[in-house]
Design a protein around this ligand. Structure first.
Ligand code: UD1
Ligand code: UDP
Length: 375
């Protein structure tokens, strides 16, 4: 019997992390011919993830430019993905999440009448500009999908409220939990040299920030809060793996480079980053994926955003929404640092796993099989 060709599209670091388990599950099933289309919206940060999972792109559009515009990403992915779909004639295309790769590749598939599966569908902040442009990407792509793989019940409800037929929606859990469990089973000891600069048993905070809407003033405020936290706690270190974006790096470096207790480094390998999440006192981050992972490992994360499309993390107790206001970040961080009981209370509260049990990719493959092969 002819295998069904499924193309998994990835462009950025989190798409690769969260699509990797789906690619591996499809590859394990003899009914499918799975291919990876990398748009190369990210270059080094995408390759780093694919390398760790032992995956390589069947085609890389290599579109990334320094300080690229949204127009550039959208137009070059639309054209490049369209060409690849014409060449390969897939039975289905899977896109992930809410990046410009997601939207443009989904649109290219739609123009050709190819069914689109959306992994991590249905997240909504309710504000079209927060996060920007992700909320728009996810809303628009969900208008054209054949399968909406919702990570949670709330996400599934959002899809149905938006008019997606119930029959197209399934609750799968988030594939990031599959990726996390897989990674923990492979490596638990950090390998990168930057982390060896941490003194043994050092108490440290892990920090990441990259969102487009935070470039400029909000990120300056975040960095000022970080400096004040370091000043208030002379025993505390910070590990800050910097996103490759120069607009982000310039600001972080301006405020924190040269500080004796700050490790400013390149993006960590996924397993090293998970090690750092686990070993930290707590995390400060504006990342979507980190909110989900932190809940799975029961680690508090101060969410550096005004709204989150992952309210499950906040209800669960691991996520604490602090926004980008310097004073708010500072007071939340000092409260946690001043009270180990507050951190322990978060751990105790985190019973349920809101983002799934690590088998999301199996559920996604099952749905595709039923739909494409009638079993
Ligand atoms: C993108 C996504 C965002 C996602 C994030 C994950 C869009 C519009 N944004 O944001 O949803 O949360 O990825 O990290 O889709 N760069 C490099 N090397 C790399 C990667 C990036 O040099 O490997 C630099 C380039 O100068 C690039 C810039 O970072 O122009 C910004 O990358 P871009 O993908 O446009 O935006 P992100 O902020 O990474
Ligand atoms: N991550 C990583 N190395 C790092 C920082 C983050 O592997 O140095 C992982 C992290 O565990 C999570 C994902 O990258 O799975 C989040 O990516 P990012 O913050 O870039 O994007 P977002 O989740 O906000 O879309």
């Amino acid at each position: 019997m002819e295998k069904k060709r499924v193309i998994c599209v990835v462009g950025t670091r989190p798409e690769a992390i969260k699509m990797a388990p789906v690619v591996m599950a499809l590859a394990d099933d003899a009914s499918f011919d799975v291919r990876i289309l990398a748009t190369g919206q990210h270059a080094a940060m995408l390759d780093q993830v694919l390398d760790f999972f032992g995956l390589s792109a069947d085609r890389n559009l290599s579109i990334m430019k320094e300080r690229q515009s949204l127009d550039h990403i959208t137009s070059s992915v639309l054209t490049g993905a369209g060409q690849y779909f014409d060449d390969t004639q897939p039975a289905a295309v899977l896109v992930h999440g809410d990046t410009s790769t997601t939207f443009a590749a989904g649109l290219a598939a739609f123009y050709r009448g190819i069914p689109v599966g959306h992994v991590e569908a249905g997240l909504r902040s309710g504000n079209m500009r927060l996060p920007f442009p992700e909320e728009m990407n996810r809303v628009l792509v969900d208008k054209i999908i054949t399968w909406g793989f919702a990570p949670t019940k709330l996400a599934a409800d959002n899809l149905i409220k938006d008019g997606i037929p119930e029959s197209a929606v399934s609750i799968t859990g988030n594939t990031v939990i599959d990726a996390l469990f897989y990674t923990i089973s492979k490596r638990t000891v950090p390998e990168c040299s930057e982390l060896s600069a941490l003194p043994e048993n050092a108490r440290f905070l892990l920090v990441t920030a990259h969102r487009r809407e935070s470039w400029g003033k909000p990120l300056e405020g975040i960095c000022e809060a970080l400096t004040e936290i370091l000043n208030a706690h002379p025993d505390i270190w910070m590990v800050i793996p910097m996103h490759k974006n120069p607009a982000v790096r310039e600001i972080i470096r301006k405020h924190l480079q040269g500080h004796a207790r700050v490790i400013l480094c390149d993006p960590l390998d996924y397993p090293d980053f998970i090690w750092a999440m686990n070993a930290s006192e707590f995390i400060l981050s504006d990342s979507g994926g980190v909110q989900e992972e932190a809940s799975a490992i029961k680690k508090p994360v101060l969410i550096l955003r005004d709204v989150t499309e992952r309210p499950e993390a906040v209800e669960h107790g691991s996520g604490i929404l602090v926004g980008v206001n310097k004073e708010k970040i500072l007071s939340a961080a000092l409260r946690l640092l001043g009270s180990p009981e507050a951190i322990e209370a978060v751990r105790k509260k985190c019973e349920e796993q809101p983002f799934g049990d690590g088998t999301a990719s199996v559920r996604i493959v099952k749905t595709l099989k039923e739909s494409l092969l009638g079993r």
